[in-house]
Design a protein around this ligand. Structure first.
Ligand SMILES: [Zn+2]
Ligand SMILES: [Zn+2]
Length: 186
């Protein structure tokens, strides 16, 4: 049993697909596969609570085009209180994985494909999915719509309870007076 299985997460190796048989087909050939995975550790810095959707692999003249819309849930940090929570995210994928042989023979022509089918005929979706998930996570996510955030003074999570900082604060009406006393003491 591997470490990731012990922690209840699938290894990202589960996102390697054998597309060798697709490369042997002529352009236009398609194959779809349904993903329905429980917790996946996509990368050291990215855990997914689930990963569901359909992927379509299409053979074209340059390699394999991967398309799909995946529903997932990302372990992320609340922008207000910094607590960790799972946020649902939809990821749209449309990316060319260039055929290893094609990219070798077209070294001189400018190839703009970032991803490649490995020499073994395996297509590793994990690096692409990691990029796409990070892009799909909205900025400023909060753990709940009315997250109270952290106290700027003591760092207390105000969702869990109040702190004493507010009570100690000087009433703004007396702030001028306090300033005068301070000046007097100098
Ligand atoms: Zn929060
Ligand atoms: Zn406080």
């Amino acid at each position: 049993m591997t470490a990731s299985q012990q922690s209840g997460f699938l290894n990202s190796r589960i996102l390697k697909f054998n597309v060798g048989f697709l490369l042997a087909q002529s352009a236009g050939y398609q194959r779809a596969t349904v993903l329905d995975l429980p917790r996946v550790r996509l990368a050291d810095d990215l855990d997914l609570d689930y990963l569901q959707g359909e992927l379509r692999f299409s053979r074209n003249s340059r390699g394999i085009l991967v398309q799909g819309i995946l529903e997932t849930s990302v372990f992320t940090e609340c922008s207000r209180c910094l607590s960790l929570f799972y946020a649902p995210v939809t990821v749209e994928i449309e990316e060319l994985f260039e055929d290893h042989d094609t990219s070798l023979s077209s070294l001189e022509s400018s190839s703009d494909a970032v991803y490649q089918v490995e020499e073994t005929g395996m297509l590793d979706l994990a690096p692409l999915l990691r990029e796409e998930v990070f892009l799909a996570v909205p900025m400023g996510l909060t753990c709940q719509p009315d997250c109270a955030g952290l106290c700027p003074e003591c760092g207390q999570n105000l969702n869990e309870g109040t702190c004493n900082c507010m009570q100690d604060e000087i009433d703004p009406r007396f702030a001028v007076l306090a300033q005068l006393i301070e000046d007097d003491n100098e």
